[in-house]
Ligand binder design. Structure first.
Ligand code: PMP
Length: 458
């Protein structure tokens, strides 16, 4: 059965990214339960990366499944050019969670949520009497999506180069990446210099030409970069000063992943103008993107007599079943106090991963909530990235022992050197202990393996 599946897969399925190893799929999943899934050969794995950081409540939540089925029975589809109940309820819930007055535009994915944000920002400035404000600033290492606008904000050169030219007006600056900062090892100081670089960029580009700054509160796909709290507070001030909209990409960090409902809530006095969401919004059960926009911005569309003319529509955006799933997902997150749980267990159980800093190839262990990045280096002093072979063997060892972890960083060769661990937020304490022990023993095994390799070569 497996052979015919592999052949069918090889013949017909075009996988995302690097899913082929010698022309075979690396993993054909069949079923899932909680934080675990089973492949077609009957092997069970703990999903240490929550799918693509989205399966926050794990597989098989009956309440979520029922919410989708009930909604499909009641009203199978309806467009948001008009309105329906689950979208109304979800938009109100999002305003409540953000703690301010927002209007939410729904789409189907994180990329689309960011595309909507860019178009809203440009149109807003135009209607606010500043039609020249069209540029967007993002940081190197950032990932903001796969469509051409979101890809233009994505500042990882090798993800873009085959598809250039991107959309005009997207500029990139340095991230608050103190481990490899040119501004010294004092994290807060070097992070604040990175913030001032944004101020300088806006000034030198001409504030009258800059529409927005887009960032994640914690860069996830670019190697788990965790700035000091002061960074985001300062960026928010800078954006206000220049009438530049702050677009907060909470696609990964939203809905509890970092131990707060939204990642920007870790810093004081940050009031994003636009917040984009996807992934954890439905815990991955159905596709949904959301772009929450401060009501003052929406008012400008209204004043211009043009509020029905945000010329942007998506057939499936805000699908009734997706909205019903999101509402149930949020209800469970609140009822089970998932956010506090992530904050607590992220520090205690997963916090044991920090002990890996003792290992000769671990340059830094960075974390917030249930989001861990282990930066692998060949040498702690030079910070030269560790070899693919070493990183691959740790991931492989974990897989052999029933745990899936990932890697990311940058697409520049060699810099894909950060191991990623981001288990479902509802993982049991036993799941988390298994995860920590499996990762630690993989480091130990690989170290022992490297030692014997060295000795046998001598
Ligand atoms: N923003 C961030 C921070 C992401 O990590 C991703 C997806 N990895 C996206 C946007 C794009 O989301 P999607 O894949 O749903 O389009």
């Amino acid at each position: 059965e497996m052979d015919s599946l592999v052949k069918k897969d090889t013949d017909h399925l075009w996988h995302a990214m690097h899913r082929y190893v010698e022309n075979q799929p690396t993993m054909v999943a069949e079923s899932g339960e909680g934080s675990w899934f089973t492949d077609v050969n009957g092997n069970r794995y703990l999903d240490g990366v929550s799918g693509l950081w989205c399966l926050n409540l794990g597989h098989g939540r009956q309440e979520i499944i029922d919410a989708a089925a009930d909604q499909m029975k009641q009203l199978s589809y309806f467009p948001l050019t008009l309105s329906h109940v689950p979208a109304i309820d979800l938009s109100a819930k999002i305003s409540q969670l953000l703690g301010g007055s927002y209007k939410t535009f729904f789409s189907n994915s994180g990329s689309e949520a960011n595309e909507a944000a860019f178009k809203i920002a440009r149109q807003y400035h135009g209607q606010n009497g500043n039609p020249g404000k069209y540029k967007f600033i993002s940081r190197y290492r950032a990932y903001h999506g796969t469509t051409l606008g979101a890809l233009s904000a994505t500042a990882q050169a090798n993800r873009r180069m085959k598809y250039d030219p991107g959309v005009p007006g997207f500029l990139h600056t340095s991230p608050p990446y103190s481990y490899r900062s040119l501004f010294g090892e004092d994290t807060e100081k070097s992070d604040l210099i990175a913030a001032e670089m944004i101020d300088q960029m806006i000034t030198w580009e001409g504030a009258e030409s800059v529409a927005g700054v887009i960032m994640e509160p914690f860069i996830s796909g670019g190697g788990v970069i965790i700035p000091s709290k002061a960074y985001l507070t300062r960026v928010s001030e800078i954006c206000k000063k220049h009438d530049v909209l702050l677009i907060m990409d909470e696609v990964v960090s939203g809905f509890g992943r970092t131990g707060k409902m939204f990642g920007f809530m870790h810093s004081d006095d940050v009031e994003p103008d636009i917040v984009t969401m996807a992934k954890g919004l439905t815990s991955g059960y159905l596709p949904l993107g959301a772009t929450a926009v401060k009501s003052e911005i929406y008012e400008k569309f209204k004043e211009a007599g043009d509020h029905t003319h945000f010329r942007h529509v998506s057939t499936y955006g805000g699908h009734p079943a997706s909205c019903a799933v999101a509402l149930k997902n949020i209800e469970i997150i609140e009822r089970e106090q998932i956010v506090n749980r992530v904050d607590k267990l992220g520090e205690s159980i997963l916090g044991q991963l920090k002990e890996l800093i003792e290992h000769e190839n671990v340059g830094e262990v960075r974390s917030v909530g249930f989001l861990y990045g282990i930066e692998m280096v060949e040498d702690k002093k030079t910070k030269k990235p560790a070899s693919d072979q070493l990183i691959g063997s740790i991931i492989g060892k974990c897989k052999e022992n029933g745990l899936i972890i990932g890697r990311n960083g940058d697409t520049v060769p060699g810099y894909n050197n950060v191991l990623i661990i981001a288990p479902p937020l509802s993982s049991t304490e036993a799941d988390l202990e298994f995860l920590v022990n499996t990762v630690k023993s993989a480091f130990y095994d690989v170290k022992a393996y490297i030692r014997t390799e060295k000795t046998s070569r001598q």
